[in-house]
Design a protein around this ligand. Structure first.
Ligand code: FEO
Length: 403
């Protein structure tokens, strides 16, 4: 695969990782693979913005060599220390040991602690500009988007924003641009990426977008470090980020449960019927049969969550426990929830679910519903009503009755 000229004299020299299926350890399922995007700028000073994941270093170097010998690289911009963007740096620096690396102070420390390279590193701050010849690069520190070291790079002459992880998607494609791919899949992957990686950082993201807007810099292309480049409609992804960061939700409820012998599942299915009849949208997932990354993605625009579990050893089952532990870290705001489940004698699952939720920022909107063994006709009616009442609160957009 050849380099791709994204603007005159600026080349995508990244790689497509078609087969990766889990990312960040096993915290993210990448069913459509991913890309690691690096960008080569040919100017008086030959500059590479970011690199790729280490195992793909040779592939990136081959692409660079199609344009210019890697030995000729003068500057390397390290927008982010995480290894999927810096992993190829040691191999690159062996080819161009005199090149200067630019990044934030935290990036300098992070790169050293990862690779122990004795490279010439120049620390940059927001507003500083690096002249390349015909073009300049301006830096915008972006801490916690998505690590403390992160920054954006902007080229005013090209109206090109290189924001690293922000606005990315885990989406392996032969195409490079938003006008070349199915936009429903593109937005699905962008939302999934935001929900599973950036959700807890919403307030930081909203502030940063406002800061960049106030700079009044024209942007006609956003080239992130994963996935597709936004050239047809860059505001589309900026507006989507503002919406997600603002925790805008729909009249939608996600039901996630784990069942031992089917009683909790029976409850969950009747609850889904109650939600639909109350006029709200619902998505229902058995946590052990579904992909956590997909469930979290569905939760991004949902106002309400119902969590169910059978009781086991006076606690919830381990699958839903692990799920809630992950969800807690996402610090979802402006969401309501309630718990339900079946038990045999002592009970305890719903209490434990509420306990985990109490530290999550999600408001418990109504008392939980527990049923002994298999729900009878009357208890199935209670499940329906429980969900109907919850759906009505969701539709009112608030947490009436929150406790
Ligand atoms: Fe794609 Fe934070 O690395």
């Amino acid at each position: 695969m050849k380099p791709y000229e994204i603007k005159k004299g600026i080349y995508w020299v990244g790689v497509v990782d078609w087969n990766i299926r889990t990312f960040h350890g096993h915290t993210y399922t990448t069913k459509r693979g991913t890309t690691y995007n690096a960008y080569l700028i040919i100017d008086d000073k030959i500059t590479l913005v970011d690199t790729v994941y280490g195992p793909f270093a040779d592939e990136m170097l081959e692409k660079i060599a199609c344009i210019v010998s890697p030995e000729k690289i003068d500057y390397i911009i390290a927008n982010h220390v995480e290894t999927d963007h810096s992993g190829a740096l040691p191999a690159l620096m062996r080819r161009c040991p005199g090149a200067k690396v630019f990044g934030t102070e935290k990036c300098r420390d992070g790169l050293y602690k990862n690779y122990y390279g004795k490279w010439e590193f120049k620390t940059v701050k927001t507003g500083q500009t690096l002249p390349l010849g015909k073009r300049n690069l301006t830096f915008i520190e972006a801490p916690m988007i998505h690590w403390p070291d992160s920054m954006f790079t902007y080229c005013p002459e090209e109206k090109l924003l290189l924001p690293n992880d922000a606005f990315g998607q885990h989406y392996a494609t032969s195409e490079r641009f938003d006008d070349e791919v199915d936009n429903s899949i593109l937005m699905e992957e962008a939302a999934k990426y935001y929900a599973n990686i950036l959700w807890p950082l919403g307030s930081v993201i909203a502030k940063k977008i406002e800061e960049v807007k106030k700079l009044n810099i024209p942007i006609d292309m956003i080239a992130p470090s994963h996935g597709i480049i936004w050239r047809k409609d860059p505001p589309k992804i900026i507006n989507a980020y503002m919406q997600w960061a603002g925790n805008t939700t729909k009249d939608k409820i996600v039901v996630v449960y784990e069942t031992m012998w089917g009683a909790t599942e029976k409850m969950a299915r009747r609850m889904a019927e109650g939600i639909i009849d109350a006029g709200a949208r619902v998505k229902l997932f058995d946590v052990n049969l579904s992909d956590r990354t997909e469930i979290i993605s569905e939760m991004l625009d949902a106002k309400g969550f119902l969590f169910g579990s059978s009781t086991h050893d006076n606690d919830m089952l381990p699958g839903i426990a692990g799920f809630l532990e992950f969800l807690k870290g996402l610090k979802a705001k402006n969401r309501i929830a309630s718990a339900f489940g079946s038990y045999g004698w002592g009970g305890g699952a719903t209490k434990e679910i509420e306990q985990v939720l109490s530290g999550s920022g999600i408001v418990i909107a109504q008392p939980s519903l527990s049923v002994k063994y298999m729900p009878d006709e009357n208890e199935m009616k209670q499940c329906y009503e429980f969900a109907t009442v919850f759906a009505q609160v969701v539709k009112k957009g608030g947490s009436d009755g929150a406790r």
